[in-house]
Design a protein around this ligand. Structure first.
Ligand SMILES: Nc1ncnc2c1ncn2[C@@H]1O[C@H](COP(=O)(O)OP(=O)(O)O)[C@@H](O)[C@H]1O
Ligand SMILES: [Mg+2]
Length: 455
């Protein structure tokens, strides 16, 4: 522990939190400053006023006391403040002559005041124990005609002063707490208003990432506008680059097809010859791998998801109808049955071209390996749409299922194919966050389960 605040932890974090902490700190310092100075000023002011009042009482007392020629004391009338008459009210006076008379207020039912406090002709005050608690005691001295000292003492309980100060402090504290809550509240509203454009920007960028190619639009504050322009320019550049690479990859794959066809043709000649048979077969095997790779990558360049261009939502019925028609033609003698398991089938967040391809791959496999029947069940639930394609063919073992997703893997060569279907299906599913699970119950054919996000 060094006791130093680690500023690096603040580099990340949330802007809202930073603003909030700044506001809370600012309000706390401000309010504490006001509280401190206001209580100080009030205390000073009320103390002065209190002392002024009691000075007046002392002066009044000295004016009212009459001393006879033989040193006896009397009061011409009671003090004007009635609290000196009320028993133990906290307001007391006492006048005494050295070795002589002693008078005191009616309020002082018992006890007496320390006459030594009055020791100069000037009024002096100290805080001392009084008849009913801590008191502020005032005193001054005078002279009898025969030269003896008179002690005038007045005492008032300090609690009157303390109560006034405590009452003010309590009220002030409540008011200031209310003010602090209001300031923090308006601060929170300000934070929300200031950061709202950033939230909107975040949502627009997220939409851009999920395939909405529209540039970021809408009015943004002038401070954020340069960032929006830069992001739009960056997205456009990126898009153009992807588009170019896609075309180039497609061109490359196409340009390889013809020379490859010639090589395969020559390899077949070699394979037919007695002495060159081995070489021919090796060349044919390798060429087949090359054909598979080319077809796979061509399929990938067709996908909107890999290119992230103009991804639109698909309406499931619109996509399924033509795919099923094509499947029925491709696999005559097999029935393709659509079962609606309830829920409104809404649009799904997958590009129509990719969704058609994905469904075609799975339905074509089901058609190829089924005995007579393929079932397509659709269940819509909030936020997702489940499509389950089940056939009544031989199915696959768990190991076969795992391997079937690799490029070029084919377990059953009795049916035509390239071994690319499931590899492409896996890529499309991954690009859209679609869950694609194949399961196979013993003797019950294969079940392909798709979980699509709704648009
Ligand atoms: N519905 C199915 N029933 C049984 N086997 C299947 C099924 N679907 C796929 N397979 C197996 O998985 C392999 C890979 O499938 P796929 O990648 O689509 O290639 P292709 O269809 O070109 O053979 C197939 O060759 C087949 O052995
Ligand atoms: Mg296939």
């Amino acid at each position: 522990m060094t006791g130093r605040i680690d500023i690096s932890a603040w580099r990340g974090g949330s802007l809202r939190l930073r603003f909030l902490l700044a506001i809370v700190l600012w309000v706390a310092i401000g309010i504490a400053g006001i509280w401190f100075s206001a209580t100080r000023v009030f205390t000073k002011h009320i103390e002065l006023q209190y002392h002024d009042e009691l000075y007046g009482h002392v002066r009044e007392l000295t004016g009212l006391v009459q001393v006879s020629s033989d040193g006896h004391l009397s009061l011409s009338r009671p003090l004007s403040d009635p609290r000196y008459l009320e028993p133990m009210s906290g307001f007391y006076w006492q006048v005494s002559v050295y070795h002589g008379d002693r008078l005191h207020s009616a309020s002082m039912v018992h006890g007496q005041l320390d006459e030594d406090i009055a020791h100069t002709p000037e009024v002096r005050h100290i805080v001392e124990n009084g008849p009913s608690g801590t008191a502020i005691v005032y005193g001054l001295t005078g002279q009898t005609p025969d030269g003896r000292t008179i002690h005038y003492v007045i005492a008032t309980d300090k609690r009157y002063l303390d109560e006034a100060i405590a009452g003010f402090t309590q009220e002030l504290t409540l008011w200031l707490l209310g003010l602090a809550a209001m300031l923090v509240g308006t601060g929170l509203i300000a934070i929300m208003l200031v950061l709202r454009p950033l939230d909107r920007l975040g949502a627009s960028v997220a939409a851009l990432r999920t395939g909405n190619r529209e540039p970021l639009s809408g009015p943004f504050p002038s401070e954020i506008m340069p960032l929006v322009h830069d992001l739009n320019a960056y997205a456009a550049d990126n898009q153009a680059m992807i588009e170019r690479s896609r075309v180039q990859a497609g061109n490359l794959a196409h340009s390889l097809r013809t020379p490859l066809a010639v090589i395969i043709d020559e390899a077949e000649h070699l394979a037919a010859g007695q002495t060159t048979r081995e070489t021919g077969l090796t060349l044919l095997g390798q060429s087949e791998v090359m054909v598979q790779q080319i077809e796979y990558h061509l399929a990938r360049t067709r996908s909107a998801a890999t290119a992230r261009t103009s991804i639109k939502a698909s309406l499931l019925p619109d996509i399924l109808a033509p795919v099923l028609n094509a499947m029925r033609k491709l696999h005559p003698g097999k029935s393709f049955e659509l079962i609606d398991r309830g829920g409104v089938v809404e649009a799904v967040a997958v590009d129509p071209v990719d969704l058609s391809e994905l469904l075609s791959i799975l339905l074509d496999n089901a058609g190829k390996w089924s005995v007579s029947r393929v079932e397509i069940a659709i269940t819509a639930r909030e936020g997702t749409c489940r499509i389950t394609i089940t056939d009544d063919g031989p199915g696959m073992s768990p190991d076969q299922i795992e391997a079937a997703f690799d490029i070029g893997v084919r377990h059953d060569l009795s049916q035509p194919g390239t071994g690319l279907g499931l590899a492409i299906a896996r890529d499309i599913a991954a690009a859209y966050g679609i869950s694609l699970v194949l399961t196979s119950a013993e003797g019950k054919g294969l079940e392909a389960d798709l979980l699509l996000p709704s648009a």
